[in-house]
Design a binder for this molecule. Sequence first.
Ligand SMILES: Nc1ncnc2c1ncn2[C@@H]1O[C@H](COP(=O)(O)OP(=O)(O)O)[C@@H](O)[C@H]1O
Ligand SMILES: [Mg+2]
Length: 241
Amino acid sequence: MLFAGCAAVADKADLISLRNVTRHYKSGDRAVHALDGVSLEIAQNEFVAVSGPSGCGKTTLIHLLAGLERPTSGEIFVGDLAVHKADDTALTDFRRRQLGLVFQFFNLLPTMNVLENVSFPLLLQGVAPRESEQRAQEVIELVGLSERARHFIHQLSGGEQQRTAIARALVHRPSLLIADEPTGNLDSHSAASVMQLLEKIGAGQLTTLIVVTHSDEVAQAASRRVEMRDGKIVRDSFASS
Ligand SMILES: Nc1ncnc2c1ncn2[C@@H]1O[C@H](COP(=O)(O)OP(=O)(O)O)[C@@H](O)[C@H]1O
Ligand SMILES: [Mg+2]
């Protein structure tokens, strides 16, 4: 069996820690427990696949980790940052410097070409245009789009657009890359190219990688597999080496 059911052993190098995190929403007069007591520790450069049925809390987990939402209770640490209580300035700085986010819809800028889309975050950070372009070229090569660098977004296939979005999410060298169902809007051929890229990034340990996915293939490539149901983690297994 690829995944042994061994218990998580945390060490001091843990980059990410969730401690008894809950997130409740009000829906009419009903309370929805989107996350219901989640504790999880993820070490630096781990490659984690998160799966579970629609509505089980995967996106809520991602949004809390990214500081896009606050937990109802519990604590969330990413490195030294207490994400659950950080102020907006600290969270903006955290997202800009440490975090790469990839969503189902690519959110690329249609009036810019691939190179401009990918270098944009660096320019926003004040990196000089020449260095921005050079670093963007490097990640564009990593995602296999060097030939397409001067193409506009509408000239790309869905898979190429998502690979551009992944390049943009990596260009500032984040310590954590999170992808929420990155192939959910792609045909199977495009999805395969995106999955292969994520597997390459995960295997190369370029960054800690958390991928929310229904894909067994990605889950099997991951070093760890977290399965959720009804706001809880029901299985957390590591690949046996
Ligand atoms: N802003 C919100 N308001 C009310 N309910 C929400 C909100 N966001 C998510 N939920 C609910 O929380 C639960 C978990 O949602 P979500 O994290 O998006 O699940 P998943 O990503 O696994 O499909 C679902 O029941 C969803 O309807
Ligand atoms: Mg979701």
